[in-house]
Design a protein around this ligand. Structure first.
Ligand SMILES: [Mg+2]
Length: 177
């Protein structure tokens, strides 16, 4: 169970993930979480930073497809995705495989060609690993989140400590902003 929660890499922020390295790994599609990954929790599209826009441009230039998979409300996720001009899947909660499979179908990628990027081990990373995708954890952008998520974070911290002690958890790369 625990190794299913282990991401392959860990970055402070989404836009610090080197796109060229993803391409070298054979990645063709990017599944990305919304809250606390693309923007702070409950953030609106206007909060998408210049760094994020630049990173998304970089993906397009290298012909990588991108799809938001979020447990957030469908209408908000739709508005966000349409604003950024990218695909999205909402309405089926992670870590179920269904939303990830839907996203891969939309992008036309196989699990080996897909990276899942998100800020939670029990939804994003577990779901991505269950589907056989490459998984990258990012540090949450804001401390604000659902009360239930705050409780999950305590368990998450214990899992990370244990995996770090086993020497299998990836080193954190990038810098806090
Ligand atoms: Mg999130």
């Amino acid at each position: 169970m625990l190794n299913r929660l282990n991401p392959k890499e860990w970055y402070e922020r989404l836009w610090q993930i080197p796109i060229n390295e993803l391409v070298e790994k054979g990645i063709k599609g990017v599944i990305v979480d919304l809250d606390n990954t693309l923007v702070p929790w409950r953030g609106d599209p206007s909060q998408a930073s210049d760094k994020l826009h630049k990173w998304l441009e970089g993906l397009k230039k290298l012909k990588l497809d991108i799809c938001i998979v979020s447990n957030g409300g469908s209408s908000r996720v739709r508005e966000f995705a349409e604003n950024l001009g990218i695909k999205f899947v909402a309405g089926v909660p992670k870590p179920r495989r269904t939303p990830f499979k839907k996203a891969m179908a939309l992008m036309g990628t196989s699990p080996e060609e897909t990276v899942v990027i998100g800020d939670q081990l029990f939804t994003d990373i577990l779901g991505g690993n269950r589907c056989g995708c490459y998984t990258i954890l990012v540090t949450p952008q804001a401390k604000k989140e659902f009360f239930s998520t705050k409780i999950v974070r305590r368990i998450e911290r214990k899992v990370i400590l244990r995996l770090q002690r086993e020497g299998v958890f990836p080193e954190r790369k990038g810098e806090a902003e």
